[in-house]
Structures are given as C-alpha cells and as structure tokens.
Design a protein around this ligand. Structure first.
Ligand code: TXA
Ligand code: MG
Length: 322
C-alpha cells in the first residue's frame, strides 16, 4: 500500500513516469492511468493496478504527430486527414506498429493504437518527456471510467503514487477508435468523434464494427462500464411498472421523471447530446452510491454522440457473464 497524492505538479509527474512509476493523467475524454509506453516493466504495473486482463491492449498517447512516425510503419491518407481535422482530440488511430513499440502495449497485435489527447496539462507533460505514455482509462477493470481526480482516487487509492488533477473531463466519453482497411475506415469503438464527423472530413462512410466477445482483436469486453447496481435500459414508465417495490433511480436525457421516482438525474434538459455525454459517467457513479436497488436508463437518439452513449449504457447493462 502506498499513499496516493492528488496535485497539479507536472514536473513531479514527469519524474515519476521517467523512473517507471504510474501517474493518472487528465484528458478531454476520461482520466488515463499512464506509464512509460516504451518500458515493459512500467507497463506491467498498469495491468496489475487495474486488474486488467493481459490480452487487452493499451493506447499510446503522444503530444504531436512528429512522434507518430517512430511508432508506426504506415499512415494512410484517410488517417492523415483525420489527424489534421481532429487531433488533438477524442480519436485514436489503429496503425501498423513499428519495432519500437513493446508487445505488451499491443497485447501481441500487429497494430498499435495512438492518440493525441486534447488537454493542456497532459500535452505539457507529454512535451517534457522523451517517450509516449501508455494509458488505459484509470479505473479498476470493468468499472465506469473516471472523469475527475476524485473518481480515480475512489478506484485506485493506495495503488498508484500520483494523480495529476486537470479538473472534470470535457467530453466525458472515451475516444473513438478507428482502423483503416483497403480504403475503408472502420470504427472499432464509438466515442467523442462521431461517424458523421469522420464522413464529413474523409468523404468515406465509416463502417461501425464493435467487437464484443473477443478483445484480442480490436478489443472491448461486452460487460464493461458496469455499475455495481443493476442497470436496465428502455422506456422508463414501462420499466418502473415492471419493477414494483424496488428502490429506483432514473437516468434520463431531457425529460424529468420526478413525478414517478424520487431519484432522477436529467443529463441535458435542453436536449444537447454532448452535454449528456459529459455528465454520463459521473451520473452513473453518483447513482451507484445511492441507497437503491436498480438504475433505469433511457435510450438516447441514435445519432452523433448519442450512439456512443447508448453503447456505454448497453455495456453497463450487460451482466450475463459476471
Ligand atoms: O479516451 C480514451 O481513449 C481513454 C483516454 C485515457 O485516452 N483511454 C481508454 O483506454 O479508453 P482503454 O484502455 O480503457 O480503452 C482502449 C481500448 C480497449 O478496448 C482496447 O482493447 C483497445 O482500445 N485497443 C488498444 N490498443 C489496441 C490495439 N493495438 N488493437 C486493438 N484494440 C486496441
Ligand atoms: Mg477502459
């Protein structure tokens, strides 16, 4: 057990990372749990602290795309367009890895995931070190991703020395993960940059191919982002009716259900999907702390970042294998 400190000392964070320690870092999407991305021993500590399965690969974070050339062997034209349009920002590129990238980063895959996070503190940190940062979301494996330093502390206190506090994450959902196959763009994870955004810049209609069962290929476990309280998605009135006698909390987009239940978080009373996305994980965590039996969540419009919100809710609701 070690003491976990929250602070905003970039120099201290850089020193810890350079000496092979873990530091939680803020990004515009969610907080990451970072280690020197070229140091297999430091990276092994990430898997241990998160209790993360070894087959689930990690994203490398860099400050600028000058560094990208060292980590990958090819950058397709469509990728270059996306980089110019959206990086720094909530998008991750899956590209053929160079020999410099340790196998523990990619879990043996021949592609590496790389992104430039859009957060001033972390960009400054990255500019001051000579290596990329490998960083998954800074939560115990399977739980809801953290969007504040306090959330990181709740899950990883005693397991890491330092949390760099950069405030509440602006986007609030993880980055979109894209791969490139023979002129096609494949979205492997829905996130901060939408399919519509990608089409607008590349003129290519991206194929959404979310992998659920086997995370060895571009990976995502189906059961993920899970609250410890059961979460059901659907029509709220119906779900309330189907759960008599239960203590219920409702997570809704625009509409208030305070006439039906006493606990209700409305994510965006003005119906703005980005605002709802930014508040989603905090709301899920807050509800998990309430004295309730079940969380009921509304389904969101299947457009823009609404698709990514629905994806996270569905993974949170999926319980069969636990
Ligand atoms: O917004 C984000 O992407 C955040 C912040 C911290 O940058 N990071 C994040 O990391 O969400 P993580 O590890 O929680 O999710 C990364 C996803 C995982 O589903 C992983 O399987 C996939 O990316 N992934 C990483 N490297 C991969 C690779 N080489 N091939 C296929 N999938 C990969
Ligand atoms: Mg994660």
């Amino acid at each position: 057990m070690q003491q976990t400190i929250i602070g905003s000392d970039i120099k201290l964070a850089a020193t810890l990372l350079t000496t092979g320690e873990l530091v939680a870092i803020p990004t515009e999407t969610v907080y990451g749990l970072a280690a020197n991305g070229l140091d297999p021993l430091a990276i092994a500590k990430i898997y241990a602290a998160k209790n993360r399965p070894q087959f689930n690969p990690l994203i490398l974070h860099i400050a600028s795309f000058d560094q990208l050339a060292l980590l990958v062997t090819e950058i397709p034209e469509a990728c270059q367009r996306l980089i110019s349009a959206f990086s720094p920002g909530p998008i991750t590129y899956l590209l053929p890895k160079s020999a410099l990238v340790p196998d523990i980063v990619t879990a043996g895959n021949n592609r590496v995931a790389v992104r430039i996070p859009d957060h001033l503190l972390t960009l400054e940190l990255l500019s001051g070190i000579s290596f990329p940062l490998a960083a998954p979301s800074a939560n115990p494996s399977g739980y809801v991703s953290p969007v504040s330093a306090e959330h990181v502390l709740q899950g990883l206190s005693g397991k890491i020395p330092y949390i760099l506090d950069g405030g509440h994450c602006r986007v609030g959902l993880e980055s979109t993960i894209v791969g490139f196959e023979e002129g096609k763009i494949i979205i492997h994870r829905l996130g901060g940059i939408t399919a519509e955004d990608i089409k607008m810049v590349t003129n290519i209609d991206p194929e959404v191919r979310l992998s659920h069962a086997s995370p060895t290929a571009p990976g995502q476990l189906k059961s993920h982002y899970a609250t410890s309280k059961p979460l059901l998605i659907g029509n709220i009135e119906q779900l309330v009716y189907l759960n008599p006698g239960k203590r219920i909390a409702v997570l809704s987009f625009q509409q208030s259900y305070h006439n039906l239940v006493s606990e209700n978080i409305v994510l965006s009373s003005n119906g703005v999907l980005e605002e709802a996305a930014a508040g989603l994980f905090k709301a899920m965590r807050d509800m998990d702390c309430l004295d309730i039996d079940v969380i009921l969540a509304e389904r969101f419009p299947e457009e823009g970042i609404g698709r990514a919100i629905n994806d996270r809710l569905e993974r949170a609701a999926y319980r069969e294998k636990r």
